[in-house]
Design a protein around this ligand. Sequence first.
Ligand code: SAM
Length: 354
Amino acid sequence: MANKVIPIVGGRRAPAPAFDGGALSDTRGRALPDLRISVTDRSNFRCVYCMPREVFDADHKFLPHAAILTFEEIARLARIFVGLGVQKIRLTGGEPLVRRGVDKLIALLSPLGADLTLTTNGSLLARQARALKDAGLNRITVSLDSLDEATFRAINDADYPVADVLKAIDVATGVGLAPIKVNMVVKRGVNDGEIVAMARHFRGSGHIVRFIEYMDVGSTNGWRMDEVVPSAEVVRRISEAFALEPLDPNYPGEVAERWRYRDGSGEIGVISSVTQAFCSSCNRLRLSTEGSLFTCLFAQSGHDLKSLLRGGASDDEIVNEIAAVWRARGDRYSEIRTAETAKQRKVEMSYIGG
Ligand code: SAM
């Protein structure tokens, strides 16, 4: 179901109805504990499944600095969200660490008391890990799609070496950001031959590799169903090498399905947005780089908050708007995905935040 669009009346937005302070849940009864904030639409990688270089080339128009939310604007919104029940905030992008001074943003967010995490490609992490931790970052997720040099460079399309990401993981561990989640997007024919090697490498390290099904996010990656490696196949391939058994979720609605090595050498996760849609428990809201709310990773449009922020709206008016957006939410894209819906024009993940 498409989201209700907040009406614009005579060029001005009609004010949302006053929030009654009751429980905030959407049309399918989903609460709002989880906020993702995209701090930049830029990245120093051109991962082929996310920001293909043919599209995100030298002519691509990234957002000008004046259009993106300032750290103070982000912090104000985050405070309002925490007041509405958000418990977890993830900074992402684009590549969040290409935006200068992200540690300053973390220092502004840390006193809010939410679980504060960040997802990064790892390329700039080694030199920033200490400052991020000192500013109050609780946890980190590092994306790494292959341990094989040629495969990794072919995916990141920025000639970036595996060794530097592994070093960044070590540095982040050293400053106290462990255990680290390591995200591997699996694309058939590209890196699926690396699944077991990745499991083997991180087994026993305390870090948790999460194998993610390749998704039809955005409109530029040319997604095809036959390039998706179902999580069931990932689990089967790993268990042929190392015996696995299922683990209970850490909390209701956890996106990754957990498996542990029977010999006690750690755990892995699989994220199956394509083959086992988890829309019914999806409780994430995304705040884009320029301050729009997106209620689904596969959304076609968002809800502008920036003009409220910059138009002098009070906190109460912003609360009303957020509550109206969440209460109207009915998204369940992954449950209704077909080859046809995959062709729809959707917002890019680098813009709304992965
Ligand atoms: N630049 C950061 C990074 O590399 O982790 C944060 C942003 S990135 C968009 C967030 C996550 O989304 C990464 O783990 C990335 O691999 C994943 N991702 C991007 N496009 C995807 C796709 N089409 N299917 C599945 N995961 C994807």
